[in-house]
Design a protein around this ligand. Sequence first.
Ligand code: HEM
Length: 198
Amino acid sequence: EPGDDLTTDLIAAREAGDGLSEAELVGTLLLMLVAGHETTLNLITNAVRALLAHPDQLRLVLDGALPWSAVVEETLRYDSPVGQFPLRYASEDIEVGEVVIRRGEALLASYAAAGRDAGHYPDADRFDLTRQPARHLSLGHGPHFCLGSGLARLEAETALRHLFGRFPELALAEGERPEPIGSFVSNSVRTLRVRTRK
Ligand code: HEM
């Protein structure tokens, strides 16, 4: 069903012989689905979980003292939806503090750890919506900075506003101890059981 969308444009580019192979077309669409779905799902889940564990912070947003965008940015820092993104390779020797990373060595940049860097954020393990500004690496950095960052922020803000607007008494289910996803890349919980009212 062709329409005004990226999939249609990519297929058209392929059919026009625009240099996109079948494998590249399928790979790009897969990337868009994975990069665009699971990441945002994690962000929304991690934000709900953090807000329910910090009712004083939730109150600040429900009372209108802070915007939902503050929740999105602080969640990205505090509980990065992509924990780490394998792998990068040093294109030259790089000195980091007392360590030299040799050209060709593999590197794992942990966005999740960066968000909790005590040298960078005061009281880094605290979920604090009033941080100004809550800068983080959770959407990447440099030329490969997340292509969907604007969409992801908009989706998460909209979802959170509507969820808590509709269910202001939302709370974690009794005894809920959510299990981590168990992935090296994706950082969230498998399920998050909640009650919609007291
Ligand atoms: C909260 C949600 C999201 C998070 C945490 C996230 C995270 C990231 C990160 C960390 C990177 C950089 C990867 C690298 O350094 O190589 C990235 C790249 C990318 N993201 Fe996202 N992303 C999110 C949502 C989305 C959405 C909604 C889309 C598309 C609809 C998307 C599409 C992409 C694409 C295509 C790239 C590759 C960009 C490039 O290599 O030039 N992402 N994302």
